[in-house]
Write a protein that binds this ligand. Structure first.
Ligand code: FAD
Length: 310
């Protein structure tokens, strides 16, 4: 069995594995796809001290860094079930999709999240070529340009307010008759001069030319009329889904499915910790995930020195 078993190989999991291994304790990391969301990212400009990098380059740097230590890397392994230790300090078990199972005295869950997609033509084709999901990451790439934000919940309206200060013009498109965001956010949004709000709008296609987004089509759900908007960017803000379905019933999750953690990255199960986008920690970013992963590993180490046989 491992002293520390990390599930998930994104920034949070990589960081947790490095911190654990540096304590000289046996460490394993199982990931469905090493790199996580970073593998799907183009330019990264907000990883502090690295002015510019690209997703695949950062993934190979993370992997290289993990390999500097004695870490058992199990790539392409999907965890399907967590069976908590019968008593504090005992062995937790993680069952894998391939039928195998791993045991560990402490577990760090860092299975990340995925952006909910619209599922319309052009969205996948123009991903990272005008279709974006993270305003903190990609907002500055659209300086002075025209963008749409899809979704009028809190994250959509926050994104629209944020982007309005950077880009030339923002069109927010909400599917329902009303936006669901908090009133104070809606009021702020309505006060901005370069923002247009469309409700009852169903986005039907992201259009493009020469490999770049040039607009979108939407249907007015009240009249059935189709419209085209010319723009350079589309920010999809219809929800971030944590990869925690496999944990339901075994660990405490928030109403959004996020693993509930305290400020020491502890979950509802003693000896099981969590970090990154899969947790209730706000703001889903690479630096934040890396910080939380290191914190989870230090907490796991602290747990082990207090709870294992001398
Ligand atoms: P993830 O990166 O999601 O990694 C999760 C890991 O868990 C993966 O290895 C996955 O395969 C694995 N996994 C999932 N389920 C299981 C399972 N059941 N069993 C085993 N393994 C599993 N952030 C920035 O700071 N700057 C940016 O510029 C930026 N740009 C982005 C661009 C895009 C297109 C996207 C999608 C995100 C971007 N982000 C950016 C956000 C950033 O990528 C995430 O905040 C960060 O990757 C979260 O790290 P994580 O380790 O928590 O999760």
């Amino acid at each position: 069995p491992f002293e520390v078993l990390v599930i998930g190989g994104g920034p949070a999991g990589s960081s947790a594995a490095i911190y654990a291994a540096r304590k000289g304790i046996s460490t394993g990391i199982a990931a469905e796809r090493f790199g996580g969301q970073v593998a799907d990212t183009m330019g990264i400009e907000n990883l502090i001290s690295v002015t510019y990098t690209e997703g695949p380059k950062l993934v190979s740097a993370m992997e290289q860094h993990v390999k500097e230590y004695d870490v058992d890397i199990m790539n392409m392994q999907r965890a399907e079930k967590l069976i908590p230790a019968a008593q504090k300090g005992g062995l937790h078990e993680v069952r894998l999709a391939n039928g195998g199972s791993l045991k560990a005295r402490s577990v760090i869950l860092s299975t990340g999240a995925r952006w909910r997609q619209m599922g319309v033509p052009g969205e996948e084709e123009y991903r990272n070529k005008g279709v974006a999901y993270c305003p903190h990451c990609d907002g500055p790439l659209f300086k002075g340009k025209r963008v749409a934000v899809i979704g009028g919940g809190n994250s959509g309206v926050e994104a629209a307010i944020d982007l309005a200060g950077i880009v030339g013009h923002v069109t927010l498109i909400e599917f329902a008759a009303d936006m669901r965001a908090d009133d104070v956010l809606q009021k702020k949004l309505r006060s901005l001069k370069n923002v247009e709000i469309i409700t009852s709008g169903q986005t039907t296609e992201v259009t493009g030319e020469n490999g770049k987004v040039n607009g979108l089509n939407y249907t007015d759900r009240n009249t059935g009329e189709n419209h085209h908007i010319s723009l350079e960017g589309v920010f999809v803000q219809i929800g971030l889904v944590p990869n925690t379905e496999w944990l339901k019933g075994d660990i405490e999750l928030s109403q959004h499915g996020e693993i509930i953690v305290n400020d020491r990255a502890e979950t509802s199960i003693p000896g099981v910790f969590a970090a990154g986008d899969a947790t209730t920690v706000p703001y889903k970013q690479i630096v934040i995930s890396m910080g939380e992963g290191s914190k989870a590993a230090l907490s796991a180490f602290d747990f082990l020195i207090r709870n294992s046989a001398p």
